[in-house]
Design a binder for this molecule. Sequence first.
Ligand code: MN
Length: 215
Amino acid sequence: MYTLPTLPYAYNALEPYLDAQTMEIHHTKHHKAYVDNLNKALESASISGPDDPIELMQQIQSLPASIQTAVRNNGGGHVNHSFFWETLSLRGPKEPSGKLAEAIQASFQIVEAGQTRLNFKAQFAQAAMSRFGSGWAWLGVKKDHSLCVCSTPNQDNPWMQGLVDLHCTPILGLDVWEHAYYLHYQNRRAEYVEAFWNVVDWSVVEKRYEAALRA
Ligand code: MN
């Protein structure tokens, strides 16, 4: 049985960028529903998934066909939200450093009209903005250790091997479902995406990057 993780901060801890009411509903209603429905689906097939729900994503194609869609939507929802909450903090470094900063430079530096600039946040915003309807934007590590930006619809994620044709290990994800921002930002997804950088704890992303290099 999977359980709703407790957030390591108060619902108002990320204000003014993420408001308390959105955080509370997002965690106690949306995320909880994904966990409950994931457990129901697994119970219906008498399956107990691996302790780490990311492994469940990686094995999704070996699950009975009768529950694959439910696990895709609700297991995806559980994994994606848990992953998202872990990176959020008002404190913590607001820029990447070390090996991750070097990898971002190497992967997203572009030369335009003779000027060198970093195209990372613009590409990430593009992925978040161009996802029609609901989904997620991701920063991921490819097999050659370079970084990429991508997005998935609904609660899909790059861990869903065989279902999602993205060959990377995510290290940062942004929820672009309207439920993640509508109360505060209404239809202004671009403002929400921009505000996200104020609540990313890059030390968490760096740890994930280092783990991906070792994998
Ligand atoms: Mn969400």
